[in-house]
Design a protein around this ligand. Structure first.
Ligand code: DMJ
Length: 615
């Protein structure tokens, strides 16, 4: 693939980031992409701070016990043990148990008090009219923009750009494989073109009604979620006109000054992850944000306390710290990690709910599917992204998967290996489509696992892939249900009507791709192609692609939603499945949970302040 001159390729240095305020020429009413990126960074700072302040994060100035003392260390070497420079992680295991208990109690009281305060503030906000709330938000934003404008305009020395290997290419030599890859690209074009025609600027598309679609995960406004989510897929497929079109929309229209509740998780994985990946792939300049902009939004205080939500910020936030030179993001996610690490875990498992009032686990429901999934994924990926130096993350991952294997992984009578869910004191023999991503995760984590268990985890990944393939194969449409059971004679089949739908999800294809990369066993390409054909046959409509309500009915009823993750993930993983391994090689790239590739930070033992490129 040849990229147009506008899109710099690997081997180049990204231009210096500017520390100073972005310019806001008087004649221009809209913000540039780089300026919007800054607002996104600010939004992410708000999210972290609101979320952290209310539920998890101690006031580090008062609670030294949780202070990591990592101001100058980007990736900690927590294994260091004796004589380690950074003793932060060991403080929580210190000898003075009594003092620790007291401090723990004090922390719990603080969390309780903060939570009450947050509730009061939220109630107060609800009493205000939309206009008043909007005006308050606008005032806050004006302040931030003003601060940025007045800040000294001092260019930053260039950031050491991670090695951006394999951002194009991957052309298969085999003509049959190439045809398949071209078909996937054509499907992407069909999805994108219809969104462009009928849903432009809306979050998603209704391909049958041929109009925009919005769900409350992005708030009610037109945030163009599909555009941000799809950008990097367009780029790697060589759809550069479409990429530029999306980029222009972001420059001219993406507006974060919305008065609306959004999902922290979704904003992080789709918007922050999507823009970071597009930045790395295309070299679009971003500017450094002003630090210390943390203020609390009342509306954000209704944040969730779901494991996969607060545990799925790490990758994006480490990159934000890396690019901006501001450690605030990194420190916040590390505090979350420390707190989790310190808590007792029933059977070594992390329950999905953490009670914000008490700082204790809520209901003991554990799953590797919805609510829990990406927490485990991000532990492994934190290690990979740190060039395998974040040993603490790896240890937490290894501990977690050992517990998962011991308590949740089972074999059905028919010999299918599945991951159940621990609920109300017993194992539910049910696996969600979401949990199928774990096959890929086990394969990805095999190298580097304990006691030479690499082969074992690769096999486990392959078993999960087989089971998830069965869940597809045992349907009329050859597409997998949302959730399937193992109950007596029932194996890998959905029982309840409400679990029979397929909404263009990627997890099974994601697992095929990882297994393909690690084994080159042709069955994964074959299974991926089966899924692609089924999507083409049953989900394609003239206005795009739609989910289906019942995969067991041979006449599909469409749900009329083209999910943004279909373009971000499903089609990207399919495209990669039929590409050579030189496209986005896994020793240089780590995919966030929305399939946005972020480069490995080869920073072993360097410190942020000591990094020659970031002084
Ligand atoms: C995506 O948004 C992400 O993959 C997330 O981690 C889980 N669910 C959807 C796709 O199914």
């Amino acid at each position: 693939m040849t990229a147009p001159a506008l899109l710099p390729l690997s081997g180049r240095r990204i231009p210096p980031l500017s520390l100073g305020p972005p310019s806001f020429p008087h004649h221009r009413a809209t913000l540039r992409l780089s300026e919007k990126f800054i607002l996104l960074l600010i939004l992410s700072a708000f999210i972290t701070l609101c979320f952290g302040a209310f539920f998890f994060l101690p006031d580090s100035s008062k609670h030294k016990r949780f202070d990591l003392g990592l101001e100058d260390v980007l990736i900690p070497h927590v294994d260091a043990g004796k004589g380690a420079k950074n003793p932060g992680v060991f403080l929580i295991h210190g000898p003075d148990e009594h003092r620790h208990r007291e401090e723990e109690e004090r922390l719990r009281n603080k969390i309780r008090a903060d939570h009450e305060k947050a509730l009061e503030e939220a109630k107060e906000k609800l009493r205000k009219s939309r206009e008043e709330i909007r005006a308050e938000i606008q005032t806050e934003k004006n302040k931030v923009v003003q601060e940025m404008k007045t800040k000294e305009n001092k260019p930053l020395p260039p950031v050491a750009v991670p090695n951006l290997v394999g951002i194009s290419g991957g052309d298969p030599e085999d003509t049959e494989i190439k045809k398949k890859r071209d078909k996937i690209k054509e499907m992407m074009k069909h999805a994108w073109d219809n969104y462009r025609t009928y849903g432009w600027g809306h979050n998603e598309l209704r391909p049958i009604a041929k109009k925009g679609h919005s769900t409350n995960i992005f708030g009610s406004s037109l945030m163009g979620a599909t555009i941000v989510d799809a950008l990097d897929t367009l780029y790697i497929m060589g759809l550069h006109d479409e990429f530029l079109d999306g980029q222009r929309w972001i420059e001219d229209n993406l507006d974060f000054s919305v008065n609306s509740e959004v999902s922290v998780f979704e904003v992080n994985i789709r918007f922050i992850g999507g823009l970071l990946a597009a930045y790395y792939l295309s070299g679009e300049e971003v500017r450094k944000m002003k630090s210390g902009v943390g203020r609390n939004w009342g509306w954000a205080s209704a944040g969730s306390s779901i494991l996969a939500e607060f545990g799925t910020l790490h990758m994006e936030f480490v990159h934000l710290s890396y690019l901006t030179g501001d450690l605030v993001y990194y420190k916040k996610v590390m505090h979350i990690r420390k707190l989790l690490q310190k808590m007792d875990r029933p059977n070594g498992l992390y329950p999905n709910y953490l009670n914000p009032r008490t700082g204790r686990w809520g209901q003991y429901h554990t799953s590797v599917g919805g609510l829990g999934d990406s927490f485990y994924e991000y532990l492994l990926k934190a290690w990979l992204m740190s060039d395998k130096t974040d040993h603490e993350a790896r240890r937490m991952y290894d501990d977690a998967i050992e517990a998962i294997e011991k308590h949740l992984v089972k074999k059905s009578r028919g010999g299918l290996v599945f991951i159940g869910e621990w609920k109300n004191g017993h194992l539910e023999k049910k696996m969600g489509h979401l949990a199928c991503f774990a096959g890929g995760m086990f394969a990805l984590g095999a190298d580097g696992s304990r006691k030479d268990k690499a082969g074992h985890y690769l096999e486990l990944g392959a078993e999960i892939a087989r089971t998830c393939h069965e869940s597809y194969d045992r349907t009329a449409l050859k597409l997998g249900p949302e959730s399937f059971k193992f109950d007596g004679a029932v194996e890998a089949v959905a029982v309840r009507q409400a679990e029979k739908y397929y909404i263009l999800r990627p997890e099974v294809i994601e697992t095929y791709w990882y297994l393909w990369r690690f084994t080159h066993d042709p069955r994964y390409r074959q299974w991926g192609w089966e899924a692609a054909l089924a999507i083409e046959k049953y989900c394609r409509v003239s206005g795009g692609f739609s989910g289906v309500k019942d995969v067991y009915s041979s006449t599909p009823t469409h749900d009329d939603v083209q999910q943004s993750f279909f373009l971000a993930e499903t089609l990207k993983y399919l495209y990669l499945l039929f590409s050579g391994d030189d496209l986005l090689p896994l020793d240089h790239w780590v995919f966030n949970t929305e399939a946005h590739p972020l480069p490995v930070l080869h920073l072993a033992n360097t410190t942020l302040s000591g990094n020659p490129a970031v002084r």
